[in-house]
Design a protein around this ligand. Structure first.
Ligand SMILES: *Cc1c(COP(=O)(O)O)cnc(C)c1O
Length: 459
């Protein structure tokens, strides 16, 4: 069969039976999706024979790059020892023990315990129940409200989707659940108005203070936030934001939850985004880079402050069949070994991070780019109709972003569109040469997008 016959066959079968995550199936099936048949290092190959640079590391997760044999071997070894056993009934197994111990070592010092789950969504669902259970155990059952932010992403289960601030998710299936309150996000480029970034950072942080004062500290369990919003569009808060949040919470009895599902495991140039921003969370959801996506596993890091209470509060009626699944734990352990042995976190901080950041920021001179930002290896390009004005936006939000995203794929680079921005989060193993290819391809995409927008009369 020719490549196009092979692709047509895959597409027809996929269209017949497979409902994709976050997809409009009717239009997806009309268009036909990309069939990824091989992945290695920073690259994926599709069934048409295209070799494409994976600027999104899968879905923010393949931190060590694709196709590492060591993970496959660790998984196979563990499959031969214990492929599955539960942790409900007074039992454990070596990979769960070793991974919990390793996480206690590499996470910030307040964390010495972990609750394992299967995904980032389950981690955030666990946070909701655990934070409320914590306060009830302290004799404060009225502290149930979780404050989160508009345009945050914390997963798509009932709990995670409710905690997140995506109106598209809230519009389906009866979300959000009660007891979640959303406040402004620290998105200066999009919402900063006439304020300077520093002024806006203080303003956005003080929205938290205002919400606490309105709702009442005695009713609030936790503030939940991503150190950098990922799916919301790589929103890097102004420098004043996190210090002000820290001050506000230091004066009050409210848990801080840092959702590190994306920012964990080296993405921002430290092991955890909390270190990059100098915050000390009480709970920390993790997933994605924990196993570099080789197998699904997540967790909630539980600080000593919270664990000390939970451990005297009897049974926590919560868990999943696959909590601490031995094979996923073995994959995660090997992934952490690779991150450590190959000094990939240091590499993001001192080498490839600064290198790609400076090249990426160079794209800001393009007529279509209003801002080019990046921390560690997560970045965004804000596409605007008029560089001189931050507030002027394209009509029909998302249209231009999607056009640019499709052009980028045609140029063999995966970038993701969020509204009218393009975002990247490549593997931490990205070479300098690949960084050059990425930036050259992004620039070509900007040029072609500009020409296309002119052709369509959108510029
Ligand atoms: C991806 C993500 C989640 C959800 O993780 P899943 O494994 O998809 O359930 C939660 N929080 C953040 C910050 C994420 O990026």
């Amino acid at each position: 069969m020719t490549n196009s016959n092979v692709t047509a066959d895959y597409r027809a079968r996929d269209a017949a039976h497979h409902i994709h995550a976050f997809s409009d199936m009717k239009s997806l099936n009309a268009e036909g999706c990309r069939v990824v048949v091989r992945a290695e290092g920073s690259w994926i190959w599709d069934s048409e024979g295209n070799r494409i640079l994976d600027g999104m590391a899968g879905l923010w997760c393949v931190n060590i790059g694709h196709g590492r044999k060591e993970i496959a071997e660790a998984v196979q070894r563990q499959m031969g020892e214990v492929s599955f056993y539960n942790t409900f009934f007074k039992s454990t197994h070596p990979p769960a023990i070793a991974l919990a111990e390793k996480l206690a070592e590499i996470t910030p010092p307040q964390f010495n315990r972990v609750f394992f789950v299967g995904s980032g969504s389950e981690a955030n669902d666990t946070v909701i129940r655990m934070a409320r259970h914590y306060w009830t155990s302290l004799g404060k059952p009225d502290k149930t409200v979780l404050i989160a932010r508009h345009n945050a992403y914390h997963g798509s289960t009932l709990g995670g989707g409710s905690l997140g601030g995506m109106s598209s998710i809230h519009s389906q299936g009866g979300l959000p659940i009660p007891g979640i309150h959303h406040i402004a996000q620290p998105y200066w480029f999009g919402e900063g108005g006439e304020m300077s970034p520093d002024e806006f950072g203080l303003f956005a942080a003080r929205e938290l203070e205002k919400a606490i004062d309105e709702i009442g500290e005695d009713r609030i369990a936790a503030f939940v936030a991503e150190p950098i919003q990922g799916a919301g569009g790589v929103i890097i808060p102004p420098a004043t934001y996190w210090p002000e949040v820290k001050r506000i919470l230091a004066e009050r009895e409210i848990l801080l939850v840092a959702d590190e599902v994306i920012t964990g495991f080296g993405r921002t140039g430290n092991w955890f985004g909390s270190e990059t921003f100098g915050i000390e969370p009480d709970l920390m959801p993790i997933a994605k880079g924990l196993s570099s996506g080789y197998l699904p596993i997540g967790g909630v890091m539980v600080s000593d402050k919270v664990a000390d209470v939970l451990y005297t509060a009897g049974e926590f009626h919560h868990g999943f069949t696959y909590s601490a699944h031995p094979v996923t734990a073995a994959a995660a352990l090997e992934n952490l070994r690779i991150l450590e042995d190959e000094k990939l976190v240091e590499r993001v901080r001192n080498d490839i991070g600064p290198y790609l950041q400076s090249r990426w920021r160079g794209l800001a001179d393009h007529p279509l780019v209003g801002e080019a930002r990046m921390t560690g290896l997560m970045g965004a390009l804000e596409l605007v109709p008029n560089k001189a004005s931050r507030t002027q936006k394209f009509a029909d939000t998302g249209k231009v972003g999607t056009i640019a995203r499709d052009i980028s794929l045609g140029n063999n680079l995966v970038m993701r569109a969020v509204r009218d921005s393009l975002i990247i989060a490549p593997p931490l193993t990205l070479s300098h040469e690949e960084a050059e290819i990425l930036v050259a391809s992004a620039r070509k995409t900007l040029d072609e997008t500009q020409a296309e927008l002119k052709r369509l009369g959108l510029l």
